[in-house]
Design a protein. Structure first.
Length: 289
């Protein structure tokens, strides 16, 4: 098998249709069908179950797809490395950042990095920790900021910061005068939360599971600004990193009776290629956090 065959194979697997895959690959559909047939003949195994409308991977095809993604990612990494050595590109950093950190911790760092390296391109994706982890594993991101807990073995991490998770209310909420709050008291209130996939929500779900509590989730949204406004107007309370309340007026942070501190890390694929731009970004963040 060769790289071209693997590209054709993965495209058909993703599109589940030879016609759509051929259109995306910009080749004739019969030529694609022949290429896949030759691949199957060369390895002596069927890769697809075919019918008139869709094709589906066989078990053998699913096994090959995992390896094909890895091989194609390594080829892309190699091309990037060679392009850098030839000086054919200035460099790009693709980084994933959760909303809270993207809004309050990273803006000054990103601007400082861009000032030092004006020719490098920064592509910043806002997403939850689980999504960022998966995008790193899939090669869609070079670097990600994640909760440094239960990290997949395929990722390498380096410590970034720690921040306390606190309950957050409006300044005139009945709980606002409290010096601390229990988990039970917190979950007795109406809550506004991020949707599943964010480390903020992971924390909440974990506490609920440990204490066998069913939370009153009145609002779910991934829009941090909406969460802050809902809390300010007294419609619900939430739990956020303390670094958010340090910068937001009209909110009162209340530590939990059992303090909760989250460790945040920078992550990248352990066996993936880190470009010169990626390494420069990691070093800059580490030196300016």
């Amino acid at each position: 098998m060769d790289i071209r065959q693997l590209r054709y194979f993965t495209c058909v697997a993703e599109q589940k249709n030879f016609t759509r895959a051929a259109r995306q690959l910009n080749i004739a559909q019969p030529a694609l069908s022949i290429a896949i047939k030759k691949l199957e003949q060369s390895i002596g195994l069927p890769l697809f179950d075919r019918n008139e409308r869709q094709v589906h991977l066989t078990h053998e095809g699913e096994v090959l797809l995992t390896h094909a993604h890895r091989v194609l990612q390594q080829v892309e990494d190699a091309n990037t490395a060679m392009a850098e050595l030839r000086g054919l590109q200035k460099g790009e950093v693709r980084v994933g950042v959760p909303g809270m950190l993207g809004s309050y911790f990273f803006p000054s760092i990103l601007m400082g990095f861009k000032s030092r390296y004006p020719d490098l391109k920064l592509s910043v994706v806002e997403a939850g920790t689980q999504s960022i982890r998966q995008m790193l594993l899939d090669g869609e991101l070079d670097i990600g900021v994640i909760h440094n807990q239960d990290v997949p073995p395929a990722l390498e991490t380096t410590y970034l910061i720690s921040s306390q998770m606190v309950a957050v209310t409006s300044t005139d909420h009945p709980l606002a005068e409290r010096q601390s709050i229990s988990f039970q008291e917190f979950f007795n209130e109406e809550l506004v939360m991020f949707k599943k996939g964010y480390f903020h929500r992971e924390f909440i779900d974990q506490i609920c599971a440990i204490h066998k509590i069913s939370p009153q989730l009145s609002f779910e949204t991934n829009l941090l600004a909406m969460i802050l406004n809902i809390v300010r107007h007294g419609f619900a309370i939430t739990a956020l990193l303390e670094l958010v309340t340090d910068h937001e007026p009209g909110l009162t942070p209340i530590p939990f009776e059992q303090p909760v501190t989250l460790d945040i890390a920078i992550a990248w694929r352990k066996h993936g290629y880190l470009s010169l731009a990626d390494r420069a970004f990691i070093d800059f963040v580490q030196n300016n956090k």
